[in-house]
Write a protein that binds this ligand. Structure first.
Ligand SMILES: NC(=O)C1=CN([C@@H]2O[C@H](COP(=O)(O)OP(=O)(O)OC[C@H]3O[C@@H](n4cnc5c(N)ncnc54)[C@H](OP(=O)(O)O)[C@@H]3O)[C@@H](O)[C@H]2O)C=CC1
Ligand SMILES: O=C(O)CCC(=O)C(=O)O
Ligand SMILES: [Mg+2]
Length: 744
């Protein structure tokens, strides 16, 4: 291990990136005083894009591939990374980022929608690496432990957030397919020995082509393959549109088009294509000419209208207007601006969107800006049922009560690109009618699916070591917190049956006396967890990667109002630590508010919690007497931030993100000044605590003075660092006092 402990703090996008400009100088000053270096690494969407094109950029524009560096570091015991949420870009977001970078003078090529030659294929492949969930699978070399810390849960109980009312008569429900989906077609096996696989498509004419070669699998690895029928999906969506109309509910679609960057945009495109079918069919030739792709949302159509002749443009606009009158209402993302659920694939992401709907009493926003009952379309059956179980529970028992409800922490399998979230490079759209087969190195068929043109086929892999580590983490958490733990596994699902065999085997490696560990299929596990949560009892959910994602927004949003207040730790399998902040995303709407009003309501509590966990990790691994003291003091400061309500409020004129960072510095310094375990820190922080307390009123006034006016930071995806720093650190008094720490 290196002598000096180091924290690597990630620079990301949108609200968390802005917040970092204010928080990081505080963190660097405090950690520096304890001999801990805090360095940054840029894993933002724009940074990831630029790192793909060193050959096109000049010396000054070139950036290092920080993501690749952190990915390697995550496989070593030295890793101590604080990871903030980053944009997982959909194609429309990627294009917007490219446009902005080009306008800033970076000579990047346009994104080729339909690559015509080898050069364009190369460009598209490079952009493909920066797109979708490009960061998390690379850094997550460990499984996940997400929970609400005791202090946060206690705060939520004392100050319960508002919950929408649920009525027994609510018509909101989840709609899923009954056949032709991944669930219905999944095949799964465990490889006893390491092997190399090939994925092949054979057309009806008997000609074969390799879709992917040389897929290496390890001994003990679980591999599965599944197909979703495009025809079945189309028919299902058509039916649900009709049914939403008949029931008088909104139509909404909930996918994960960002993280599931290959499969889910295709499904999104099918839904867009079906909802707007009469218009799209009528103007098919013109829209194809304009380059419209339904997978990018109906917003893509609006973006391309200006390139069409005026009469066609008008005919399309009239057609869409008429269509809205005959279709069910669409759930809106922004009813004021007419942005619907089908506008952009990255606007409605299932992990956050379903909990928000459930928190709001089952309604989504209609075109008039009112909450209305909704049909939530989640096509695949693998996980859709869990949301229906919550909805049924709310209809029967009313909304959950944050003042009394228990908690559902999660231990999630995600290491080494486990399950669906690692399947992008093994996901294909069938080029025609035929079959897709997986062959082992001896040429034996491992899996085979009959496919039709446009079907989505994917293969997922889950490594033995990852499962073994996940089981251990679950048992450790159950023992440490003395809480029952439930493995959410469905014996009737091919993949889950393979996982279950391993879970049963690896549980035997542990002492389970006095622990309550069960296995239940997801819907039953949900019902049990809800029943217990209503009685104020906690239940650990031990789940695969997708349910990890879903549940770590669902339960925090119900329990705490937001997933921003979660502790999100990834004990890396090689011994290092990855500390994520919260479970939510990059909150694009917070940036909008910031640009319009110079007010940032991003809550950095997730960053504060991650930092404390990272400092504790240093205490355990390095000989540094200051780190544990710094960590303990930060814990106290975090408690006070909650107790004294110093989290950002929502509206101009109140305490925003920057103000809450000031209080963090004040409380942290006061806790360090009050302790007697480390004399050096006490001496160093006592004067700081005093100056900050003395100048509290001045500093708050300086922070507030800038609010209420629009601000320009020179970019959205790659804002100007100097302008961001100036905007996020507007208090000269605070900056000067903080500066005294490093000059001591
Ligand atoms: N770990 C990661 O890197 C993750 C990245 N993402 C990415 O983030 C982007 C947006 O995704 P989306 O699904 O809309 O999720 P977001 O979490 O950005 O937005 C959902 C809502 O969560 C709440 N929220 C989340 N974090 C905070 C916070 N720190 N302070 C205050 N409120 C918070 C806000 O809700 P409210 O208005 O109710 O207060 C917010 O509007 C996408 O690009 C997505 O890929 C998403 C999840 C995780
Ligand atoms: O990587 C992403 O796109 C999102 C990750 C996410 O939502 C999560 O881990 O909870
Ligand atoms: Mg999530």
């Amino acid at each position: 291990m290196p002598d000096t402990p180091k924290i690597l703090y990630t620079l990301t996008d949108e609200a968390p990136f802005l917040a970092t400009a204010s928080l990081l100088p505080i963190v660097q000053a405090f950690a520096g005083a304890a001999g801990i270096a805090v360095e940054t690494r840029d894993i933002s969407l724009s940074g990831r894009i630029l790192a793909q094109f060193p050959d096109l950029l000049d010396e000054a524009q070139r950036v290092s591939d920080d993501l690749a560096e952190l990915g390697e570091l995550a496989k070593t015991p030295e890793a101590n990374i604080i990871k903030l949420p980053n944009i997982s870009a959909s194609v429309p977001q990627l294009k917007a980022a490219i446009k902005e970078l080009q306008a800033q003078g970076h000579p990047l090529p346009d994104y080729p929608d339909e690559p015509r030659d080898a050069n364009e294929r190369d460009i598209r492949a490079r952009y493909g690496k920066a797109m979708g969930s490009a960061v998390n699978p690379v850094l997550r070399e460990g499984n996940s432990d997400r929970r609400a810390p005791k202090s946060v849960k206690a705060y939520a109980r004392k100050h319960p957030h508002r919950m929408g009312k649920w009525s027994a008569g609510s018509k909101s429900h989840v709609a899923h397919m009954d056949d032709g989906d991944f669930y219905g077609s999944e095949l799964s096996t465990t490889f006893e020995r390491a092997d190399t696989l090939r994925i092949e498509f054979t057309g009806a004419d008997g000609a074969s082509r390799v879709l992917k070669d040389a897929v290496k699998v390890q001994a003990g690895e679980i591999v599965d393959a599944a197909r979703m029928s495009r025809k079945a999906l189309t028919a299902f969506v058509a039916n649900e549109i009709e049914d939403a109309k008949a029931q008088g509910v909104l139509f909404s679609l909930h996918l994960k088009a960002t993280m599931m960057k290959v499969s889910d945009p295709i499904m999104f495109g099918v839904a867009v294509g079906e909802f707007y079918r009469p218009v799209l069919e009528k103007h098919a030739a013109a829209l194809a000419e304009a380059g419209f792709d339904p997978a990018n949302g109906i917003g893509d159509l609006y973006g391309r209208l200006p390139s069409l002749p005026e009469d066609v443009r008008e005919a399309i606009a009239t057609g869409i207007g008429a269509l809205y009158a005959s279709r069910p209402g669409l759930a809106m993302v922004n009813s004021d601006k007419g942005i619907t659920n089908l506008h952009v694939p990255s606007d409605v992401i299932v992990d956050a969107s379903m909990p928000a709907m459930i928190r709001d009493g089952g309604g989504m926003w209609n075109a008039a800006g009112e909450l209305q009952d909704t049909k939530a379309v989640i096509p695949d059956r693998c996980y859709a049922g869990i949301y229906q179980a919550v909805i049924e529970d709310c209809k029967a028992n009313g909304a959950f009560d944050p003042a009394t409800m228990g908690s559902v922490p999660n231990v999630g399998l995600m290491a080494q690109k486990a399950e669906e979230y690692g399947s992008h490079d093994k996901t294909f759209q069938a080029p025609g009618e035929g079959r897709i087969r997986v062959l082992d190195s001896a040429g034996n068929t491992v899996f085979e699916h009959a496919v039709e043109a446009g079907d989505i086929w994917r293969m997922c892999c889950t490594r033995d070591a990852a499962i073994r580590d996940w089981v251990k983490l679950a048992v450790d958490r159950a023992a440490l917190s003395q809480t029952p733990a439930v493995f959410w596994l469905d014996r009737d699902r091919a993949h889950d049956a393979q996982v279950l065999a391993k879970v049963e085997a690896y549980l035997k490696d542990h002492t389970l006396d006095a622990l309550d560990i069960r296995v239940l299929p997801p819907v039953e596990a949900m019902r049990l967890s809800l029943e217990r949560i209503r009685q104020g009892q906690d239940t650990i959910s031990v789940t695969g990667n997708v349910l990890r994602d879903y549940l770590t927004d669902l339960f925090p949003i119900m329990e705490l109002g937001t997933s921003a207040k979660m502790l999100s730790i990834v004990p890396l399998m090689a011994g290092g630590g990855l500390f994520e902040t919260g479970a939510g995303g990059s909150a694009p709407k917070h940036v909008q508010q910031f640009l319009e009003e110079n007010y940032l309501r991003w809550d950095s509590l997730g960053e504060f919690l991650a930092l404390a966990a990272s400092l504790e990790h240093i205490s355990q691994r390095w000989l540094n007497s200051a780190a544990p003291v710094l960590a303990k003091a930060l814990d106290e400061a975090n408690g006070r931030i909650l107790d004294e309500n110093r989290s950002p409020a929502r509206k101009v004129g109140e305490l925003d993100n920057r103000g809450s960072h000031f209080y963090l510095a004040l409380y942290w310094a006061q806790a360090l000044a009050a302790q007697d375990e480390h004399a050096g820190l006490k001496a160093r922080f006592a004067p700081l605590a005093q100056s900050l307390a003395e100048k509290e009123t001045d500093i708050l006034a300086e922070l507030k003075a800038v609010q209420g006016r629009a601000i320009d930071i020179g970019g959205y995806y790659r804002p100007d660092p100097a302008r961001v720093a100036a905007a996020m650190r507007p208090s000269e008094t605070f900056n000067a006092i903080l500066g005294t720490l490093s000059t001591q």
